[in-house]
Design a protein around this ligand. Structure first.
Ligand code: PMP
Length: 420
């Protein structure tokens, strides 16, 4: 569709007010004004099935979350330098979802800040400065963390002490190959006189194109970084809080115990709350010298909101829903692939799916993936494409997605694929 005159005016105002560094989704940007559950609505009242939003993970504007946020905002809304029970109750309830060794949590406002704190703690604990990330990783916006986010492209320089390893692939050799890459990066750091501090990975490798299986493939790489004196940081900003269906955290699918775990996006269902969970021993060096105060991190409203989100995940059985509906989703896509050759390999864990789009020769087809994303938008379905070649449909709906929603998605995708 064509952009209305009113929306063209908004695009111009954005450029004027916000400057040149922002990007809009879609060839025809979407102007949203309201959300409810898995649905978003534009100014004309058109409904979009949200198949992409892992922030509003318990559904847009979930009434229990909105009520908790509003209630706390009307009572007390300040930070962690006063005694307040809310942040402690939440911390304890959150930590109960982790292995006992991960016994502290610190609060931030964004996943970027959580990773930046992990960066500082890892340096203090190990005395090293070297970090290893995957080749299309995204970990955040601070100077240090943007320098560990090669998916930002050539506009951002990687840190001098950062080494990039190939993303995992699929198949039985995935673990050995990934570990070999990490081993080579460790050797390269050491050759340059740089002591390794940590390996940090998104445990579903979202921006690398979604690499979920075989579960357990991460273990040899983690053993390699530990043997070199470095830590393992699990970035759970994308897979965390039950989305993979198998476990609350993506690292659990790999049978691992991380030194630190960064959290964000779905934690507050849209309210800015994020955090870093850690083994107490790794923060001793940092904590004995530095003090940490994040003005808004863990504030009373953030804690109440995050608590409500966790309650919804628990009481509505959303992790199980991810497993159940995720299986229906994967089966549906595999079914559709039988008659539509553009659908190549599918990788999925729960409600986190990466669907390759390929040409007639089976090669990555980013142009077609982009076309599908834009046509789905016209058909009232929101998704995006990812991966280094841009040919992977990233499907990541709110965790309240139903089998009926899956049927709606598949129906509209089939319509788009039939357009050729
Ligand atoms: N890590 C991962 C894996 C992410 O996907 C993101 C955000 N896309 C971040 C960290 C950074 O989180 P934030 O945008 O909240 O700073």
């Amino acid at each position: 569709g064509n952009l209305s005159e009113a929306d063209q005016a908004l695009v111009a105002r954005r450029a004027q007010a916000l400057g040149p560094a922002y990007r809009l989704f879609y060839e025809t940007p979407v102007h949203l004004v309201r959300g409810e559950g898995v649905w978003l609505y534009d100014t004309a009242g058109k409904a979009y099935l949200d198949t992409y939003n892992n922030v509003a993970s318990v559904g847009h504007c979930h009434p229990h979350v909105v009520a908790a946020m509003a209630r706390q905002a009307g009572v007390f809304a300040s930070h962690t330098r006063y005694l307040h029970e809310g942040v402690l109750s939440y911390a304890e309830r959150l930590l109960a979802h982790f292995p006992a060794a991960l016994a502290h949590v610190m609060f931030t406002c964004t996943g970027s800040e959580a990773n930046d704190l992990a960066f500082r703690i890892a340096r203090a604990h190990t005395g090293g400065t070297g970090f290893i990330v995957t080749e299309n990783a995204y970990h955040g916006v601070t100077y240090a963390i943007a320098g560990m986010s090669p998916s930002l492209g050539s506009g951002v320089d990687l840190g001098a002490d950062v080494r990039v390893v190939p993303a995992p692939d699929t198949g039985p050799e995935a673990g050995a190959r990934f570990a070999a890459g990490v081993q080579a990066a460790i050797a390269d750091l050491q050759r340059h006189g740089i002591r390794p501090a940590a390996l940090i990975v998104d445990t579903v490798f979202s921006s690398d194109g979604v690499y979920t299986d075989p579960a357990g493939f991460l273990a040899p790489a983690v053993a390699a970084i530990r043997a070199a004196g470095g830590l393992f940081i699990a970035d759970e900003v994308q897979p965390g809080f039950g989305r993979t269906g198998a476990a609350m955290w993506g690292f659990q699918r790999h049978g691992l115990l991380p030194d630190m775990v960064s959290l964000g996006k779905p934690m507050g269902n849209g309210y800015p709350v994020a955090g870093l969970v850690m083994q107490p021993r790794v923060i001793e060096a940092f904590g004995s010298k530095a003090r940490y105060f994040n003005t808004f991190g863990g504030n009373a409203v953030a804690a109440a909101t995050a608590m409500a989100v966790l309650e919804v995940i628990e009481t509505e059985g959303l992790m199980d829903n991810c497993a159940k509906v995720g299986a229906v989703f994967a089966e549906g896509l595999r079914g559709l692939a039988k008659t539509h050759a553009a659908l190549g390999e599918l990788r999925a864990a729960g409600l986190f799916l990466g669907q390759d789009i390929v040409d007639a020769e089976g090669r990555p087809d980013a142009a077609r993936a982009g076309q599908i994303v834009n046509r789905l938008r016209e058909a009232g379905v929101l998704i995006s494409a990812t991966g280094p070649k841009g040919h992977v449909l990233k499907i990541r709906p709110p965790m309240v997605f139903s089998a009926e929603n899956v049927a709606c998605f598949l129906d509209r995708l089939e319509g788009v694929l039939k357009q050729g």
